[in-house]
Design a protein around this ligand. Sequence first.
Ligand code: SF4
Ligand code: SF4
Length: 170
Amino acid sequence: MSVWGTGILNGMRISMRNLLRGPITVKYPHEKVELPERSRWAVEMVRDEDGAHKCTACMACERACPDYIIKIDVTTNEDRSKHIDRWGYQIGACMMCGLCVEACPFDAIRMGHDYELARMRPEELDVALLEATPAVGPKRKAAGPSAEASALETGTDPTAGARGAEGGRT
Ligand code: SF4
Ligand code: SF4
């Protein structure tokens, strides 16, 4: 059996607590929120302090994307080195699942924290993360397991076998 007036007191207690609490909203766009480290927005290239990228053009991310929105145009030179003509990515169609980042054997891409992704024109949603740049060369040492090292040497995708078994795109 409840005591008469308990509900009113509980309601007043909650009202007082919210009355004294500071605002949890921000005055966007003048103020911006700090996103949690693991939040996922658009894909971006990882670059070192000199601005160099880590992409080997192995194509693992392109094959892993369930939306087929990564399109990497690569030219293979006579010495088997690769040249990235364009590392294309359609932001507007990305569902920020992070599968491309997980598939990358070289930690060359990551999910960024930039949430201001609106563009004035639809064509601006098709962006190039890399353009006209050499891929990281086949002589580079891989830090990961031997399959990744092999991928570096041959320029192949170390996850291709697993995907084939799953019936993924080849
Ligand atoms: S986050 Fe998901 S949908 Fe977006 S590019 Fe990567 S794999 Fe594709
Ligand atoms: S190194 Fe990473 S970002 Fe570059 S093509 Fe391979 S999977 Fe994609």
